[in-house]
Write a protein of this length. Sequence first.
Length: 362
Amino acid sequence: MKFAIHQTDIDPVRDKFASEIIDEFKKNGHHLVSEKEHINFVFNLIDIDAPVAYMRKAQQEFIVTFGILTRHVDDIRSLCYTALVKTLSNLTFCVDLSNNGAVPKIYYVTPEVGFVSYPFDPKRVYNSVAPVANSHFFIRNQIVVNLPPSDELNVPEVEELKHYGRVLANMGFLPAPFPINKILSEDLIKHLYRFYEIKGLSYGNLSIRGSFPGIKGNTYWMTARGVDKGNLKAVGKDMLLVTGLNPSDGKMIISVPPDHDPKVRVSVEAIEHYMIYHTFPKVGAILHVHAWIEGVTCTAQNYPCGTIELAEGVVELLKKSDTPHCTAVGLKNHGLTVTGPSLKGIFDRIKSKLLKNVPMFE
């Protein structure tokens, strides 16, 4: 992989820690190049109290933000997550130097609110970053206008999504520690939308296997990206029909009515749902929620949502289940993917088992 370093200031202490991590990447065969070249990821070196975003040249550029903390804070998780959102990063690391000479801890946080710490060790940092920095996103959409106007659609699966969207919203799961519009400026929100094609953070998503006359394929109805699940209203605005994927462009293929919202995008987990429906014909519905169930089997790597690697990991876990069409698997440091014959069956099965706190693992 090729990577670059971006910084707007000089901090000898921060830069010393960063150089140890960078040396570890070089030892493992990765190449440090100019920001102007084609790169896989960027180390964005920041002041943790005044984080500045690195503006990607391409959506696939992976951003690893790195800073240090020299003072005590009551909530380092909030500090790190704020820096992550403000810098529009895929991972944010912070070395805590406030512990009076003890071995410094390094904390890292992901957009999915995974939060992990361990004693600073460049090799462990490398092992945290390298797999996810080389993952492949399927979060872009290929929009096809081939449905009737939304007010003419009468689809049972859509009505079911509306109902269970309200059920999910009433469970009270939060998408992130902070409302995104209170952290980001209007310009950064626009930048976030442009590169991630999202409008906000979400506390889960739902889908139902289903079709529409005249449209062939392994299709399913799914909630849109960043929408209020408790107030789903219309196809093309809050819910979409996923009809396939374009592997060469990394795009999900979406059917919409002519009166659709031009900015609408399907949930980033659409690739995962697609692969589950494609692999397991008995699966009738899927729920993703930022919660946990004790004893659940979990993915080994915390790949970002919307990557083919995470989707493949979930499918492999489901293949090991005796009942892949009716089970729950954990997404490391993130939440659950739950399959079932219907959304009703899923919620009836798990609602009394859900824990709001997702355990964190290195």
